[in-house]
Structures are given as structure tokens and as C-alpha cells.
Design a protein around this ligand. Structure first.
Ligand code: SF4
Ligand code: SF4
Length: 421
């Protein structure tokens, strides 16, 4: 497959690790070693990705095209396309326990209920999910037994995926799971303690999300904060989003299968390849923002038709780190800003409290950057973002002032008596 065919993708994708030929070679050798190790050690399964691809009419060529796209998304060289394909085949043998907590199950539903599955949704369907309430046929005592067996059989080898927050109120009894009334608190502890790594799928698991919004009636906590509180030491990867994009889940799993380690993370434990850039930095409406061309309100038909910037109708793209504009949703068809709905900042901590109202610009009130409690480089970056908010206000104010002065000049001119009178 020629690199040229994917030039567009490479231009659009965050390159978090520009690689010299030597380091690309080293990375390739590292991946080959780990893939060979997993091929020998992962449990065999009756199902295979190749068979599922054939059954769903996805050709080898399309599969390799997808692999090249995933390589680009992960910031890897084009030569990794065949390794990604190998990793995808292997990923469906990786033991995974997927536990629902205080959530709407929106992430599972969005990822799996797809009438026309793409490669990533097929991988998610086939993943060796040892226990997932939304998917499995077992219920009650039988389901509890399945969970217990999976934990014992794959102790220290499985990935735990959590969806939803952990409610601590009423001694955890806001959420009980199974016929014995086991609390969510107990279940998270048991699963996380024995896991190889934890992936928090969606904003509720990552930071508490909507259940944790003020007044937080169930005393909900994101899984990462809960594990810290309980001093459970396990690598945690946060994949926020409401819902999380399937590309980000599959990419994270592929990266583990390729290299046997978790990806580079930001201060909120989000993979940099997916959350390293602001929505605003990759937005197709950015040119209009820079030119001061905004949709002024939902009745501004001209602005809407022209595809102007949605900042003044509440877009939180300048404050939000995610790759929605690059990977998009529904097999790369579209994303909210493309269809005329501003970003609501769903992948940011506390978005429901800090970034509402969704229809009004953040800069119309004080934006509080999360700083001074843990001044890491990323948080300082966010503080700079707070300043960017000020800059945006200034930008919007200057645009408005310029327009006002131009209008005033026009009115004054129209009121001046014609020359010669
Ligand atoms: S404010 Fe929103 S719509 Fe405007 S350029 Fe930024 S991300 Fe795009
Ligand atoms: S565009 Fe913004 S609100 Fe929409 S999914 Fe992406 S991060 Fe969340």
C-alpha cells in the first residue's frame, strides 16, 4: 500500500512522535517481538477476526486500508499497517472484563449497536469479553459465577473496562449488582485489584460524568479517583467522551497488543494520540473563527448556511481535548461541529458543571482552569487555555466592536447630506 494514498490522513492526524528511521526500526522490532510473544501465549478462540470480516463483506484490501488509518491515528509510520492488522487479529484473544457501573450503558450501545459494522466495531464485538452484562446471555447467580471464574482464570492478565461512575453514598448501596446485592464499590475493587490495566470507557467512568454533576446525589466518583482513594495500584487509561469513540477504544487496545505497554498519557491519563489536541485546532470551521465570522444565533440562517464558527452559540471546542474532528463518528461519516452543533466539551472533567450552559459561550462568564492543586505541565497548559478564553473574549469583543464601528460609519455616512447641497 503506497504511503501516498494516505497523505491526507497523515496531514490530519496528530503526530506525537516524529520518528527518525532508526527509532521507527526499533519500534518495529519491539512490536514484532511483542506480537510474537502474544501469538504464543494468548488463549486460542474459536472465533477469528478474518472470518468475521469475510462474513460482513469486508475485503482484505479494506481491512488494510483501515489498518493504515489506525497506524496514522496512533502516530505510527505507514509501514505499521500490516503489524496493526496482525495486532487486530490478536486483540480478539485478549481477555477483557467489561463492568457496568452507574451509567446509561450509552458507550456499549453506541459502540456495538451498529447495523453496518466497521472493522473497529467488529473488533469490539469479537473482543474476548469474558464478562459484560450488556452482552452476555447469563444473568443472576450464573453471571456472578462467570465473573468470579474469569477473574480467577485470567488473574493479572485481563484488561478491566469500566463504564460509569462509582457511587459511594449509602455505603455504596446506590448501586448493587447481582442477586447477592454486592455493591459497585466492592465489585470495582475486586476486578481492578486483579487486572493488568484499567480502561475507563466514557466520561462517567473517567471523571464521574453526569452522575457526579452538582449536587452529586449519590456521591459519585470517577473510577480513577476511586482507585486512588482505595490505594489500588493499577495502570489506568481514561477514554472520556459521551460516548467514547470506538476508534479510541480499539486504538488503545491495539497499542497494548503491539507494544505491551500503555500509551503516552496526559495529566488526566488520556492517550496523547487521541486527546493531545483541542477540538478547535482541527476544526473545519476554524478559518471562520480566525476571520471573525460567527453564527450569531440559531436564527442566523446566513451564518449557519455558510458554515461559520459556532463559538457564539456555545461551542466549547477551544476548551476541549479530543480527536472527534479527525476520526469522526459512524465510520468517519461526520461529527457534531460538521453538522452545525457546537462541541459541548464532553471529554473534559466536570463538563456538566463547568461548561454549561451549552448554548452560551464560556467566555461570557469566568472560566476556572483546574490549576494550583497539581501544577503539571498539562495543567499549566490548561491554565494557558483559561488565558486563551480571555483571548477569545477579546477576539469576539474586537470583532463585535469592529462590526459596530463599521455599521456606525455606514449610518453616519448615510445621514450626511449629499455633497454640494
Ligand atoms: S469555536 Fe468551535 S466551531 Fe469555532 S472553530 Fe473552534 S471548534 Fe470550530
Ligand atoms: S465534539 Fe465535543 S461534545 Fe461532541 S463528542 Fe467530541 S468532545 Fe464530545
Amino acid at each position: 500500500m503506497s504511503e501516498r494514498a494516505f497523505e491526507g490522513l497523515y496531514e490530519d492526524t496528530p503526530r506525537i512522535r516524529p520518528l527518525s528511521p532508526e527509532s521507527a526500526q526499533q519500534l518495529a522490532e519491539e512490536a514484532d517481538r511483542h506480537l510474537a510473544h502474544l501469538e504464543r501465549t494468548l488463549p486460542e478462540r474459536e472465533v477469528s477476526l478474518s472470518a468475521a470480516l469475510r462474513k460482513n463483506g469486508i475485503s482484505r484490501r479494506e481491512f488494510l486500508k483501515w489498518s493504515a488509518f489506525m497506524a496514522a491515528t496512533l502516530g505510527l509510520p505507514p509501514s505499521f499497517d500490516t503489524r496493526i492488522a496482525r495486532a487486530a487479529e490478536l486483540s480478539v484473544r485478549l481477555p477483557i472484563i467489561w463492568q457496568e457501573l452507574q451509567s446509561c450503558t450509552g458507550n456499549s450501545e453506541a459502540l456495538l449497536r451498529n447495523s453496518n459494522p466497521s472493522v473497529d466495531t467488529l473488533i469490539l464485538e469479537l473482543l474476548s469479553i469474558e464478562y459484560a452484562e450488556v452482552l452476555m446471555a447469563a444473568a443472576g447467580y450464573q453471571a456472578e459465577e462467570v465473573l468470579e471464574q474469569a477473574i480467577q482464570r485470567y488473574k493479572g492478565q485481563y484488561i478491566a473496562v469500566f463504564e460509569g461512575s462509582v457511587p459511594l453514598g449509602l455505603e455504596g448501596r446506590y448501586l448493587t449488582i447481582g442477586p447477592h446485592g454486592t455493591t459497585g464499590v466492592e465489585i470495582v475493587k475486586k476486578i481492578a485489584k486483579n487486572a493488568l490495566a484499567v480502561i475507563n470507557a466514557g466520561t462517567c467512568a473517567a471523571y464521574g460524568g453526569i452522575p457526579m454533576a452538582a449536587p452529586n446525589p449519590t456521591s459519585a466518583l470517577g473510577v480513577q479517583d476511586f482507585l486512588r482513594k482505595e490505594r489500588i495500584r493499577v495502570p489506568v487509561i481514561n477514554l472520556p467522551g459521551c460516548p467514547v469513540n470506538s476508534v479510541n477504544i480499539v486504538g488503545t487496545i491495539l497499542e497494548y497488543v503491539l507494544f505491551g505497554r500503555i500509551p503516552q498519557l496526559d495529566a488526566y491519563n488520556r492517550p496523547l494520540w487521541a486527546y493531545g489536541q483541542r477540538i478547535h485546532d482541527k476544526c473545519e470551521r476554524r478559518g471562520h473563527f480566525d476571520a471573525g465570522e460567527f453564527v450569531e444565533g440559531w436564527s442566523d440562517l446566513k451564518g449557519l448556511k455558510e458554515g461559520y464558527c459556532l463559538y457564539k452559540v456555545g461551542c466549547k471546542g477551544p476548551f476541549t481535548f479530543n480527536n472527534c474532528g479527525v476520526v469522526r463518528f459512524n465510520q468517519g461519516t461526520s461529527w457534531p461541529v460538521q453538522v452545525g452543533r457546537g462541541c459541548i466539551g464532553c471529554s473534559e472533567p466536570g463538563f456538566w458543571d463547568r461548561l454549561t450552559p451549552f448554548e452560551a459561550p464560556v467566555a461570557y462568564r469566568v472560566y476556572q482552569p483546574p490549576i494550583l492543586n497539581d501544577a503539571t505541565a498539562d495543567r499549566l497548559g490548561r491554565w494557558a487555555l483559561g488565558l486563551a478564553g480571555v483571548g477569545i473574549v477579546a477576539h469576539a469583543a474586537m470583532t463585535a466592536l469592529k462590526a459596530f464601528l463599521e455599521r456606525k460609519e455606514e449610518v453616519t455616512k448615510s445621514q450626511e447630506p449629499p455633497k454640494g447641497e
